[in-house]
Design a binder for this molecule. Sequence first.
Ligand code: NAP
Length: 290
Amino acid sequence: MEDKTILITGANDGIGRATAERLAARGAHLVLACRDEVKAQQTAQAITSKTGNHRIDTLPLDLSSFRSVRAAADEFLAEHPKLDVLINNAGVYTDTLEITEDGYELQFAVNHLGHFLLTMLLLPALRCCRNCSRVINVSSALHFKGGLDFSSFDGKAAGKSYSGTKAYAQSKLSNVLFTMELDRRFGQELTTNCLHPGLVGTRLANKKAGALTSTVWSMYKPFAIKPNKGADTSVYLAASPEVKDVSGRYFDENQCLQKPSSIARNEQLARRLWEYSEQAVADFLKGEEE
Ligand SMILES: NC(=O)c1ccc[n+]([C@@H]2O[C@H](COP(=O)([O-])OP(=O)(O)OC[C@H]3O[C@@H](n4cnc5c(N)ncnc54)[C@H](OP(=O)(O)O)[C@@H]3O)[C@@H](O)[C@H]2O)c1
């Protein structure tokens, strides 16, 4: 993959880091887009030591801030004319309602809106690759438990009734709906797929979750697969010639095509989510088409 440039969000930990390591071993030029610049640079050095690949760059990116997403995209586009693969991997889980600086519920903002904005801003570089660029959205089988409540996106109505699991499932459902709509809109120019990585023993639910969730998550970990295995489907979708023309699909942890939930297949809902997201990030898309 020496001629490929691949940007991975949340590449300094868990599945994203394992994905980066595997793709670096194949010689790709990687851009690790992470919110913690120090951790990102340490990860880049560790990947270089392990794989011998020196083409590992870092890019500061905080997906909970539209301003940061715009700055990251501008920096990337100033230095790179093309992007072959975009892996929207970063994710957050929390039990506590948090509202971002832009006024959105944290999990919806990071897991969906930030990635939506990033993808829109990087479209010019993705389109440069002429029918061979790939967008990969790391969703979850938990999307099957998700519904879409547009009134909950700003978190205002939730108050004490906030459910972290419900908000997480909603954000992961949004990943699948975004995948399907991106394919409908840009399927002639790029491929877009999403995936469930499996139950993977990362620190996802140890970082911001409450004590109970964190304890339960830690109890599950011995039965979970390792991050390296959890990266299998992301690596497959990024690199395999088998899927070069496959788009608008949902894959499981064994790289098998699966039917996503019936809500995830609702075209009208996907269009509505797209329009909502476009409006939410509109101020940060300005200047792109000028
Ligand atoms: N683990 C599972 O069983 C599982 C199952 C289904 C789906 N997934 C999905 O897999 C993806 C990766 O999760 P993981 O399990 O590997 O968890 P993880 O180890 O916690 O990795 C998540 C990554 O996202 C980054 N991140 C969090 N908030 C961010 C923000 N505001 N801006 C930029 N980056 C941010 C984290 O940065 P820090 O290192 O700074 O925290 C970390 O690098 C997520 O999309 C998750 O929803 C995981």
